[in-house]
Design a protein around this ligand. Sequence first.
Ligand code: BES
Ligand code: ZN
Ligand code: ZN
Length: 493
Amino acid sequence: MLRVKIENSNPVTKKTEMLCGFVLENSDKILGLNKINSKISDSIRQSLRDNEGVFGRVTIVPTNNKTPAKRILLAGIGKKEKITNDTIRFVSGKIAQKASELKLKEFSIITPPSFLIEPISSASQITEGCKLTLNKFDNFKSKKGGPVPNLTILVSQSSKNSKDIKNSEIISEGVIFARNIANLPPNECTPTTLATFAKIIAKKNKMKCIIFSPNELKKKGFGGITAVGQGSKNEPKLIVLEYMGGKQNEKPIVLVGKAVTFDTGGISLKPGEKMDEMKFDKCGGCTVLGIMKALSELKLPTNVVGIIPSVENMPSGESYRPGDILKLYNGKTAEILNTDAEGRVILADALAYGEKQYSPKAIIDFATLTGACIIALGNNVAAIVSNNDKLKQKINESSKRTTEEVWELPLNNDYMDLIKSDVADMKNVGIGRAAGTITAAAFLRNAIEETPWIHIDIAGVAWTQAATKSKPYNPKGATGFGVRLILDYLKKI
Ligand code: BES
Ligand code: ZN
Ligand code: ZN
């Protein structure tokens, strides 16, 4: 894992294998770097012209031992007016890729001056961009990638930067943790494996961890989790993590994450094409684990409960079937018309449990819930559905800051009607393919009473897919979407 150090020193005298600075479009200077050795100023000028400050373009200038830095890297960040929250994160990722390609042991990045971007946020973005870019999932490769270079961030005033960078490191490591478990293959990651991960982070960071076994689930009335899980020899689990960083009797925020360790569709079997990707159907749960880990390391002063219903959805002689009627945790009944719409069934149990057990201030759920979400919004924006404007607004603000993008879909009573059943309180599919993401959310809405709730459908964004915008800090595989978003939200409340 990439380690980050912060230094308040003059970049001109910095001894490093690669000194990296940002360059605005068609600019003749490197931001934050003044008075470089005149013996190389000609070649820097030429390289600046070559680079043109084009967004994401990197140019290396050899220094031939004329400066303490072995090379200088120019990193284009485009037009000043077009700089967004993601610019420095993205371009820092490009720099990190170059450092790794050159097999460097270390490299240094100069933070741009504060008139462009707040120095705090740019140091944080550099940290996130570099760390998230250089984590490779090579657990199952015989030949591992080489060591990861270390990064020094050069700042003009150290002030509270070092705390910010430490926090950004924790956040990035939360994302990486979520990604690494989500990337595990389904033969190596069952509901029991996820429960073990939860126990490990709970022990390390002093959280309470409760795991419900199949018997307890049945006894306590978790009819949804029990039914979906019964077709697999890998037992279902309900994982609960309690972080109590706030006042003792302060109501918590409840986070719920779908963790289907493999979704074959069950008796309503999925077609074979791309079925392997359904190992990522646990991404919602992995996001919650990543958040809980980071949150407890950041020691945020809030109470947060993570709830992860985990099953493997398999076809077998014991599987639940289309036609079955289940009794969910809140007492409502659900007619199953498609066993592939399993996520909403297990989430309904978990949401109802979260509301009843904890009377939370708010409930946020993450799920790779519907293929329809990819049809509606593609692979770069998650869908949100909510019953509360304030909560929605806060999530939207965090989304802007973290560039984990969300877009709202409506949920009025007409949609609620689409999941009415002839024989039970509701059915687990809507009508044909109409508004598939919303009818799934309607099912979840029925699981809770009036608690402020937001549902985040991450089907399109949880891992890199066909139409995913390529970003250096989102390497192939699980993205850990939601970890940065919700940590930002939790930091702000
Ligand atoms: N896990 C899938 C949703 C999914 C599919 C996410 C592809 C990402 C990529 C979910 O359990 C599912 O299969 N949903 C069905 C619901 C349908 C049967 C009403 C779907 O979306 O097709
Ligand atoms: Zn499914
Ligand atoms: Zn699923």
